[in-house]
Design a protein around this ligand. Structure first.
Ligand code: COI
Length: 361
């Protein structure tokens, strides 16, 4: 790609020369490559994209993001397995969702050209540090934060768009995931920010995450806030289950994040001959169908999680409803097909895989 807006700082190239990937497990989002993209917005326009060394952001304590949480982010991955790639997976979808989130959070949208150039550049310059085992990747985290120094409750007039790149493993690397049904708190309400990728949604989920952990679960399953009856999502991942051999996922509402992995799975499942239902899922009926062995498996999906089979759903008082195929029979087939596409082993649907050109260093 020909970069039109990128200014590569010599110190970033210097930092790249001295960087080594840490030895041992990578974890998720724990390490970053030694560079980042930074782009400032002021006077109604975005400035140049700077490729700079990974470093502290210089913000005053009165920057609006610290007080009013005016921020959005995305999660996307670059793959370089078996010497192929680097590839980006459906970056257009991340771009679209990023700007939808910006709109909801009264943040100026970023032009497509800037977003794509930033993602391509950080991937290209970090290419050497993309881990190469299947399931591993370079996790990219673009975000925009409100930086104006002022405590008035109104949209900021200054912003920073930043992209960092984290050589990472999948979010869950061991076993299957026990999930707690949240019967009290709600993650998102109608008219709120539930379908925007903004930090507040995740912060709102943390109190439940603490309880889930105390009770031996790894994640929370959220129900609709009004009736506490319909399954929504899993704090950063979408929910799927298999009932009588068919794939079910909650129909999208304004309180559910529009998952790109969710959309891809629906597409691949249909391709693999599975019948797919995007409908309301009543939690009581779901539990009955787990007990009857009609609902045999379930999984969490997302960019970070890929597809992670769920061991059981459970109540906070301890009752657990365990899936017959905890290991995820169909889930693992879908996971394999998705990874085969993302890692360049299986023909991707048109436009899903975007090759990244390496820079001439
Ligand atoms: C992602 O999958 O990219 C997310 O942002 C979710 C989070 C659990 C890491």
């Amino acid at each position: 790609m020909k970069y039109k807006h990128l200014n590569v700082r010599p110190k970033a190239l210097e930092a790249l020369k001295h960087y080594n990937l840490p030895k041992g497990p990578l974890g998720f989002g724990k390490y970053s490559t030694p560079i980042m993209i930074v782009c400032d917005y002021a006077d109604g326009k975005w400035g140049e994209l700077k490729l700079a060394p990974f470093a502290f952001l210089n913000l005053l304590p009165t920057a609006k993001v610290f007080h009013y949480a005016q921020e959005v982010f995305e999660g996307m991955k670059a793959y370089r397995v078996d010497g192929k790639g680097p590839y980006l997976f459906r970056p257009d979808k991340n771009f679209e969702r990023f700007n939808l989130s910006c709109k909801r959070m009264a943040i100026p949208e970023i032009p497509r050209e800037y977003f794509m150039e930033a993602i391509q550049a950080i991937t290209a310059y970090s290419a050497e540090f993309i881990p190469q085992k299947t399931g591993e990747s370079l996790y990219l985290r673009p975000f925009t934060i409100a930086t104006e120094e002022s405590l008035g409750i109104k949209p900021s007039e200054k912003y920073k768009f930043v992209v960092v790149a984290c050589p990472s493993d999948a979010y869950f690397t061991k076993g299957t995931v026990p999930v707690m049904i949240e019967r009290q708190a709600a993650r998102a309400g109608m008219g709120g920010t539930g379908n925007a990728k903004t930090g507040g949604n995740y912060a709102a989920s943390l109190i439940s995450a603490i309880e889930a952990k105390e009770r031996g679960y790894l994640m929370t399953l959220w129900l609709d806030s009004l009736e506490k009856r319909y399954v929504e999502e899993l704090s950063g991942m979408n929910f799927f289950c298999i009932i009588n051999g068919e794939l079910w996922t909650p129909a999208l509402t304004e309180t559910i994040l529009v998952g790109i992995t969710r959309d891809s799975i629906i597409h691949l499942a249909k391709d693999m001959g599975l019948k797919v239902h995007e409908e309301r899922i009543d939690i009581t009926e779901l539990i009955t169908s787990i007990k009857n062995n009609e609902c045999t498996e379930a999984f969490a999906c997302g960019t970070a999680a890929i597809i992670s089979p769920i061991e059981c759903l459970g109540e906070n008082h301890g009752t657990r409803y365990t899936f017959r195929d905890q290991g995820g029979n169909i889930s693992l087939k879908l996971r394999q097909r998705l990874l085969d596409i993302q890692e360049g082993r299986y023909q991707a649907p048109e436009g899903w895989l975007v090759k990244v050109d390496l820079p001439q260093l």
